[in-house]
Structure formats: C-alpha cells, structure tokens
Ligand binder design. Sequence first.
Ligand code: ZN
Ligand code: ZN
Length: 406
Amino acid sequence: MSKKKAIVLIIMDGLGDRPSSKFNGKTPMESAYMPNMNKMARNSISGLMHPFREGVVCGSDTSHLSILGYDPEKYYTGRGPFEALGLGMKVEPGDIAFRANYATREGKTITDRRAGRIEKSTSQLSRGISFKVDDVEIQVASGVEHRAALLMKGSGLSDKVKDTDPHEAGKPYNDPDFVHEEGRKTSYILKNYMERARIILDSHPFNEELKKNGKLQANELLLRGAGMAPRLENFGKKYGMKAGYIIGIPMIKGLAEMIGMERINVEGMTGSVNTNYRGKIKAIADGIEKYEFILVNIKATDVAAHDRDPVLKREVMERIDEAMEPLSALKDRALLVFTGDHSTSSVSGEHTGDPVPIMFYTDGINKRESESFNEKSCGKTGFSLRGQNVMDYALQISERLEKYGA
Ligand code: ZN
Ligand code: ZN
C-alpha cells in the first residue's frame, strides 16, 4: 500500500473579516498581496466554512473543538476549563475549573471587582493560595491584570456550585453554595478553601505593599463560570493518525494536549504578531515525515483584528503568505487545509458569525478553484461546509476514510 498523504490543518485565527474604509471597502485579505496562497487557491477546492453552525459567533475554544470533530454542544462545558488551559494549567478530565478575578474586599463587601485593575503580576499571590483541602488539590494561576483561574483536582467533584462573584461592586461576595446535591462536596471544600485563602491574602506581603502605596488590595478571589473538564477522545485514536501540533497560544495548545497531540517545537514562536512564521512553515515540512496530521494555529491575525487594526492584519497576512512559499511543493505528500477558526472584524474588534474562507490544496483533486484566497472569491465557488465536516472532508480527500455502505 502506498503511503497516504499527511493532513496539515493551518488555522489562521480570526481570519475572516469585514470591509474596511481603509481599503476602499475591501477586507484585509482582499487587499493583501498574497501571491502564494492565491496561487494555491487557483488549484484547490475553495469555499466558505461555518465554524459551528451558520450564524453562530464562536470563540476560539468552541470553534477549534468543532473543526477537530468534537461537537461543542457535547464537549464544551463552560469557559472555566479553557480559561485554565489558557493560563498554562494542566487540566485533566473531571477537574473543576473557574474563571477568577482578584478583587478588593472590605468586610464582606466587594468594593472593586478588579482590584483596581492591578498592574503587577499576581502570580505570587496565586502561588500563596494554591494548597490542598482534604483530598482536593486547589491550584490558582494568574493571567493579565486582575485575571486568574482556579482549578480543583480530586474525586467526587462537581460544577454544580454558585459563583462567589456578586458580579457587581458594592455587594457582598457569595458563598459557593451547591445548586444540586452532587455539588455538596465541592461546595464544602470551596467554603473551607475561601476562608483560609482570605486569611492568607489579607496578610500577604504583596497586599501589604499595595496598601503602603495607597493602592487597592487584591484580597479576594472571586470565582465564576464553574465547568468540569470534558473527557475528549484521543485524536490519534479517533482518526487513526499520529498527530502533532504547532501552536503558540496556551488555550489551544492545552486543548491539543488534552486530545493527545504531540508538540512540535519551533524556535521563536510567540503567538504575537512578531512570531517566527518561517520557522513554523519549516517545522511543517519536516513534521510530515513523522506525523500524519499536523494542527497549526497562527494567532497574529486575530490579535491585529482585536486591536481594530486592519492595516496590521493585512501586513500579518502578507508575512504569513511570504513564509508559505515552500508549502506548495508538498502537494504530492500532503493535503494542506487553510482556514480560520472564526472571523474577527477589525472594524469592531469583535468576533463575528461570518463564515471563513477555506481551501483544500493538494494534487489529484477535482478542483473547485477560487481566483484568490479571500472572503469574496471563496464565496463565489458556492462550496461551503460546517466546521464539524472539515475533518471528514480532509480525510476523504486524502483517501483515509472508510466506505459508508457496501
Ligand atoms: Zn480564534
Ligand atoms: Zn479572538
């Protein structure tokens, strides 16, 4: 049997966009100079992809789940677990995770939900309030400013507990009461934990210093959005392929780890707009010798759109395209799938529910070519699919799918 083609799924985060007045009503993709991707589009099956369902505005977490073939409606258990993954925590099935905020408390009242949007890293506070209560290990990790996540590891835990966050300043914090009998243990552990954590936070040198400088203290950790980390089937087993990933941003990297993909190292990869694009592309070319599937996420496109900077997004697209030049030579050994996880408007700075351009590029296919790789041209081919069908579509093009029927 001849060697089957490897599948390389390149997700440019927040790829699709809307018309910008800066480009005379064109999108960043439409106005970008992308000779390499445009050439591949003319030899590909191109169209539009709805990350989940038509019109749904996806986050990166739900869209990646969907595109990798894990139904978000079944596996997405709230932002907690993904927030924790995003902060680099090791999240395992059955763990309970919360989104968290450092806040300022006077008596029982929350006077500032964000502790004055604290500038200094709170990681020493988070380390100080990571400890065990009974048989449950509780870990806290810090994000930017006041943001954090709390993770509980132990047996018999549940996400059926209330937020301690009152969601409004001037109100007292809530107790983490259970909302269903199965949350009884979790509620008990958390109450104990919070009592001890408050004592530690109140006398922590970090807070003493804030006090000395006349700043708001970070003496309360508000919890919200509890979720139980889902048990996701191993990706390699699910599709019968040895899978690796090239991903800079922690949340998606954490997801890839959870489904058992192996990390492919790339020097200088940052997830920012100055990431090492060429290094990533070289790692793909080397990687297909070892892996049958490679997931790549390039975050910079989404970052530029969130900053409402269509000009930067266009520049990022052009730099990605330049780095992609060597990829087309892989067409006899690999199927390259180029798409985004969702659209992000660089006009509003928000994700939108618009479908995202997609192209399947390899040799020996029935072309459904697009003049260039952008929203408008890809829409003209009339080909469209949902995120949850991307894997099947890629598998059948690379002749990896079993026959359905006789
Ligand atoms: Zn995204
Ligand atoms: Zn985004």
